[in-house]
Design a protein around this ligand. Structure first.
Ligand code: 6PG
Length: 239
């Protein structure tokens, strides 16, 4: 596990992650990648990052070439306050990412069908990737205090997944979810974890110090290169 980057506050963390994302994307384009594939996390932490990308980096022309997937979604209408897509879309529009490059999960179908639909989409992207490229170029992840990542929650078996995307349930609320699986999340060229706030400090210590443990799905995110962790001082308090 690489040494985490620790910041005084979420704003400086988001500024740094935004700069890293731009650097990674620039290097991909310079290396000949035509349409870098991002996989974005949901939840609240990324929204500050998206705002920072718009504030500092919206002038970059390459956003029009970027393709965007989600790592997970709450299966709610896109205009619902909990929709990861609905919350991110205004920022992605301001960056100039074309609507047909933005691929939301869910929609008007049952959750199992929506997961199968997204799995097919991910496989379409996979089929177009150069053989030496990872499935996704840059994956942005968060972590819950319980050690969940995307919508891979503790208490369910995620190690047997063969598909890239599956239906899931958030245990505390029984909320239907759609989530990329470990085979997809671990197949990325750059994996960025962001975690802020004291509520995550104990789990951050567990995941970063103990290593892989299926009890904590976030610890099973083991791509190569390994994840880069961005923490604020509260989330890093026990390191
Ligand atoms: C989701 C996310 C989820 C999130 C963590 C952290 O849809 O909720 O993908 O995995 O990353 O729950 O959420 P916060 O950033 O809101 O703390």
């Amino acid at each position: 596990m690489t040494k985490p980057f620790i910041f005084h506050d979420p704003d400086s963390l988001q500024e740094a992650v935004a700069k890293l994302m731009v650097q990674v994307l620039s290097e991909l384009f310079q290396g000949g990648t035509q349409e870098p594939l991002l996989a974005l996390s949901g939840g609240s932490t990324p929204l500050g990052l998206f705002s920072r990308l718009v504030k500092d980096h919206a002038d970059l022309s390459f956003w029009s070439k970027v393709q965007v997937l989600w790592v997970d979604e709450r299966h709610v209408p896109y205009d619902h306050s909990e929709s990861n897509y609905g919350n991110a879309k205004p920022f992605l529009d301001k960056l100039g990412i074309p609507r047909n490059h933005i691929h939301p999960m869910g929609g008007d179908m049952d959750t199992e069908s929506a997961a199968k639909d997204y799995d097919s989409l991910v496989r379409e992207f996979a089929a177009k990737r150069p053989p030496t490229s990872p499935l996704v170029d840059l994956t942005l992840l968060g972590m819950g205090p319980d050690g969940h990542v995307a919508s891979l929650f503790p208490g369910s078996d995620h190690l047997q997944d063969k598909v890239f995307c599956k239906a899931a349930i958030k245990p505390e609320t029984d909320q239907p979810r759609i989530s990329l699986t470990l085979p997809a999340l671990n197949n990325t060229g750059c994996c960025i974890f962001m975690a802020t706030g004291a509520s995550k400090a104990e789990m951050v210590k567990t995941v970063l110090k103990q290593g892989p443990d299926p009890s904590y799905p976030a610890s099973m995110i083991q791509p190569f290169p390994p994840p880069i962790w961005f923490l604020d001082k509260d989330a890093a308090a026990f390191l």
